[in-house]
Design a protein around this ligand. Sequence first.
Ligand code: ADP
Length: 420
Amino acid sequence: MKMSIWSVEKWRISIIAFTTLVGGLLTGEWLISLAFSLFFYIVWMYHKLQQFYAWLANGTKQENAPDSDGIWDKISYQVLQTKNKSVNRKKRMNALLKRSQSILKGFPYAAIVLNKNNEIDWNNKKSGILLNVVKNDRGQLINNLVRSPKLHKLLAFSEDDDEVEIESPKNSSTQLLLKIIEIGPESKLLIARDITQRNKTLEIRKNFISNASHELRTPLTVISGYLEMIKEDESLPKALVGQIDAAYDQSERMRSIIEDLLTLSRLESTDDIQDISVDINIERVINHVCQDFNQDISIKIETNEIIQGVETEIVSLCTNLIQNAMFYTPKGTKIIVRWYEGESNNLCFEVQDFGKGIPEKHIAHLTERFYRVDKGRSKDQGGTGLGLAIVNQIAHRHNGVLNIDSQTGVGSTFTVCFPG
Ligand code: ADP
């Protein structure tokens, strides 16, 4: 059984005291005797230090640990413990690293681990197929291998949900979706997914909707025209008036849906509006739109800044939001329309109503096509369920953002902020 540190050290101090005593008694020179005892103690300590240093320098192996007791034994024990802990930690880290690498190897996406300078630390096989980045490229800057301003921007500043679409540097007909995942302050993971097929399917769906709407437009206009003629014919038997009126209303509703679908596909067909943009005076647009509605609307113009955009689209955006505020609130409800300078010099168009508001669970879905909160009311008002999808698309085309804030029983605020 090993003795505790202090009993061993007390034992050593006793030996020093004893040798000093014997030396002092034999020679009568107490100080010299003490000096001799201490000298031998220091030499012994120095020898222990030498042993300890040699052990540390030779890799602190357990079997070579210096044979000692007392404080020296405790020190070597602590050194061994710390070493074992760090070895175990290293083993665990290596196992973890191997496991993550094998997951990423089998990943259906290209995965590239980048260091904080955007140099490639590691990449999987798929990154060779999609991004032309192979094992030999490790250590190189990703920007030098995948030349894309969009990737450059994503690497410089990206938030959690940011994704960009680029053409594959290996094959220009392959479209990739890139995303950055931060994995600590020192590294990040760049993921690239092949979305060529997904984009083709989306394109086919968009074209189908656009073609179907085009094909339906003419026959519906004819049907609607005939129904209107019959409706206005005074010789129409009274028994049929109700049915013809209903048929005419439904055909008009279908026409509105088709017109909105065509508007949406036109808005989605191109993103670049630079060539068709003009200066738009929003104050004029608001006054013009509000004139058409027979309701008291409070207009607050707090800035005379203008924006660049497509005037017909901005008119449609304002009309949709103001119309909704009137349709979905009881008659006479207060409505405020504002044009003001928001945060970071943004210019914001806002429509606030004090109606019954929209329950929170619906808010995230309002810009989806055909999403309606109050289906009955929307249909009665001739709503298509596409108005906010159109507003959102127009805002997006003008680099703006639509924000919806609503509280049941208090009212709703729809804000579109454009970069100033
Ligand atoms: P719709 O053609 O049905 O009006 P929208 O896309 O414009 O379609 O609006 C979607 C749904 O959002 C509407 O059906 C309505 O239920 C709800 N909504 C829109 N604006 C308001 C508002 N100001 N107050 C309450 N509900 C609203």
